[in-house]
Design a protein. Sequence first.
Length: 205
Amino acid sequence: MEISSRLLQKAVEEMSQLPGIGKRTALRLVLHLLRQPEAQTESLSRALQELRSSIRYCSECHNISDTEVCQICSNPRRDHTMVCVVEDIRDVMAIENTGHYRGLYHVLGGKISPMEGVGPQDLTLDSLVEKVRKGEVQELIFALSATMEGDTTNFYMSRQLDGIPVKLTTIARGIPVGDDLEYTDEVTLGRSILQRIPFEGSLNR
């Protein structure tokens, strides 16, 4: 794609590095920004710079936060005895959108995948085990995607927690096997949370 302006070319190249954005879509977005008032473009630029420089991760659950402890973990109205273990931040948002869950979360930051070079040491598993050992958590809900990597991670977590008195459950398999949590509709995801089953029983399904 030939572009007459070096500055426009550079902007398109940077925009096209975003997920799902090809060169043509990037060009449309950049041209759209050029047509907007300069103040609006500057506002977008400042928001992105502030996001990159100031965003933090909750020291309790590893969710994105503006403060040391996120709003979910610091909310006294949430059930602090129940923790939902998810792969990433998008899954927290997906479950929150259902309106059916009032416990806390723990964001692993991925799932065990030897093919991609991701091992247990690359996840926040140690802090999860430490959190459960403290004794306040009574139930852990495994809410990873229904894939081989998700099941492997669930099994690994269950072994690490062996001997610790905590109830292990997993979301009901109303979620299609192989699908990512973030693409599941809110009704199905909400029902899966409400109808969760004992983790040990899910191994035989």
